[in-house]
Design a protein around this ligand. Structure first.
Ligand SMILES: Cc1cc2nc3c(=O)[nH]c(=O)nc-3n(C[C@H](O)[C@H](O)[C@H](O)COP(=O)(O)OP(=O)(O)OC[C@H]3O[C@@H](n4cnc5c(N)ncnc54)[C@H](O)[C@@H]3O)c2cc1C
Ligand SMILES: NC(=O)c1ccc[n+]([C@@H]2O[C@H](COP(=O)([O-])OP(=O)(O)OC[C@H]3O[C@@H](n4cnc5c(N)ncnc54)[C@H](O)[C@@H]3O)[C@@H](O)[C@H]2O)c1
Length: 489
């Protein structure tokens, strides 16, 4: 059996979270092995956030040009997908090549290994024939893959996931989107604005079901105005492909046909591939449970989507900062008392890390390592109008038995909303006993940006009296926050 290669830290999966942890720890002087089987950077830069937002930017430009009629004269708009596809290839993904990202990591001092990593007992990871052993710990940042429902016939058809939808160079004439969540709605609106006949089929009774019902209504109305057909409450029972078109049949006899089928019905972590049984962890769970410092077990951390704490890039980055601080703290203490930690061989890298810590003073003892707190988790669905939300929805707050107050205002009743002729609203959810906001939703042309003030309010538990007494610039979209606060009852 091959002798294990001993390093300070092993990071399995170099998506958003893993790449940040591995790169920053390597930069701090630890010996870090980063293992990635596909592309360094993960889903966000290649098939997620970045290319989808490039598509949205282009689709919104078309929509804005179409608004010239009736506001500023007339405009004729002819859409063309070619510049969008080109921009995704040339500017976002380097045609799905991660050489620059690998160089960035090795340039920071990391050791890169291409392959699939799996745990091989405590402190050990195997990649093919190679085995690595970590002095300080292992970080799993293995993300998620599309969760494809077990619908009769579906597996035998050439359906799309987000990968094919992002890579598309020639648009189909028609598209069925199975799943009316964040990915489904964002991409449905993009393709519709580029002239594709789009139908969204959602199993629940409303789209964007994790957010406030009022947000679902505005988003559905906006997509319908772009020509998207939306069918909710449809349980897909069978999918067929006749060589040309897809047909989705619902359990209630509904039938939908289109040239392409995009399946965006959520995401799933694949824990069974990670060798978790070798460290005594149940691989049948949906996600890897972590504590507030992202520990899965002693010397084992998880970061990003695999933790199930919210599938967002900003969560992966937030968690990465905690893991980095925690590991550097552990390295510093191990270096200070090598015998106690059983890491007498600590040399070089750990010394570098210790001195980096000593001079930067960025972490003291374990007491100063921050703890994860998701109370003010923000999320933005980049439809037009955007749906921004933070913290609890009204329903979640009521289910927790909180003494809830709700305030609501339509954007159209604010000066800026009226001028802009925009759909949207602000809804705030307060804990009446504590006198603070615990959740808020901001839907509008800049719903995600307006959200920032509400995130601060929830995060810092700003007293309602102080929020009401704040000056909101006139005439901004965010000024409507004041109206929503006045409506609290
Ligand atoms: C279409 C779309 C749009 C999105 N838009 C947004 C957005 O606007 N804003 C936002 O915040 N989030 C968005 N997201 C979500 C965001 O992409 C994810 O939250 C983020 O990528 C999570 O990062 P991660 O590091 O946890 O996992 P991932 O990015 O999934 O990376 C995990 C990496 O681990 C690798 N891996 C897995 N198993 C192994 C193994 N055993 N060995 C080696 N490597 C392995 C994978 O190949 C992958 O590269 C979007 C997602 C999609 C699909
Ligand atoms: N702007 C952003 O930040 C952004 C954008 C896209 C994705 N994301 C992240 O990616 C995650 C995954 O996105 P997603 O849209 O795949 O998942 P999602 O969980 O947001 O939505 C999936 C939808 O599919 C529906 N569904 C499930 N099974 C179905 C079936 N058999 N038939 C019809 N509908 C079905 C669900 O009811 C749900 O509404 C999101 O939760 C989000 O965290 C974020």
């Amino acid at each position: 059996m091959a002798e294990p290669e001993i390093v300070d830290v092993i990071v399995v999966g170099l998506g958003v979270g893993g790449e940040e942890v591995a790169g920053r720890l390597a930069e701090a002087g630890l010996t870090v092995v980063g293992i990635e089987r596909d592309l360094v950077g993960g889903e966000c830069p290649y098939w997620g956030c970045i290319p989808s937002k490039m598509m949205i930017r282009a689709a919104n430009a078309l929509a804005e040009a179409r608004r010239v009629d009736g506001l500023a004269g007339s405009a004729q708009v002819r859409s063309d997908w070619a510049p969008v596809a080109r921009r995704i290839r040339e500017e976002a993904t380097d045609t799905w090549d991660d050489r620059a990202a690998v160089d960035r990591f090795t340039g920071r001092g990391g050791r890169f290994v291409r392959g699939s990593g799996r745990l091989d007992g405590p402190g050990r990871v195997r990649v093919g024939e190679r085995v690595f052993r970590a002095r300080y710990g292992i970080v799993l940042g293995t993300g998620t893959r599309p969760s494809v429902p077990p619908i009769d016939g579906l597996a035998d058809t050439p359906y799309w996931t987000n990968h094919q939808a992002i890579e598309v160079e020639e648009l189909p004439a028609s598209l069925l989107v199975l799943g009316g969540g964040a990915i489904g709605l964002e991409l449905a609106q993009v393709f519709a604005r580029f002239g594709v006949r789009v139908t969204v089929v959602e199993a629940l009774d409303r789209v964007l079901a994790v957010e406030e019902p009022e947000a679902s209504e505005v988003a559905a109305a906006a997509l319908r105005a772009d020509g998207v057909e939306i069918h909710t409450g449809v349980k897909a029972a069978r999918v067929d492909h006749d060589g040309r078109d897809f047909t989705v049949r619902g359990a209630g006899g509904e039938e939908f046909t289109a040239e392409r089928l995009l399946v965006v019905t959520g995401r799933r972590a694949h824990l069974d591939e990670l060798g978790l049984d070798t460290v005594g962890i149940d691989a049948k769970q949906r996600f890897l449970p972590v504590d507030d410092r992202l520990h899965v077990a002693d010397g084992l951390w998880a970061v990003g989507d695999v933790t199930g704490e919210g599938a967002f890039t900003h969560i992966a980055m937030y968690q990465a900062a905690i893991v980095i601080a925690d590991i550097l703290d552990r390295a510093r203490h191990a270096f200070a008392s090598p015998d106690a930690s059983g890491t007498a061989s600590v040399v070089g890298g750990a010394m570098g890390a210790a001195s980096a810590l000593g001079t930067s003073g960025s972490s003291g003892s374990a007491g100063t390592v921050p703890r994860a707190d998701y109370r003010a988790l923000p999320r933005v669905t980049f439809t037009d109008p955007e749906v921004g939300a933070v913290g609890l929805t009204e329903r979640q707050a009521r289910e927790r038995g909180i003494n809830v107050q709700v305030g609501f205002t339509e954007l159209s009743s604010s000066t800026r909303g009226w001028i802009h002729r925009s759909e949207g609203f602000i809804k705030v959810v307060a804990d009446a006993d504590q006198g603070v906001l615990i959740g808020a939703t901001s839907v509008g042309p800049a719903g995600g940006e307006v959200l920032s003030a509400l995130v601060v309010a929830v995060h810092a538990a700003v007293p309602l009296a102080q929020l009401r007494h704040m000056i909101y610039a006139y005439p901004t979209f965010h000024r409507a926050i004041g109206d929503a606060l006045r409506d609290l009852s």
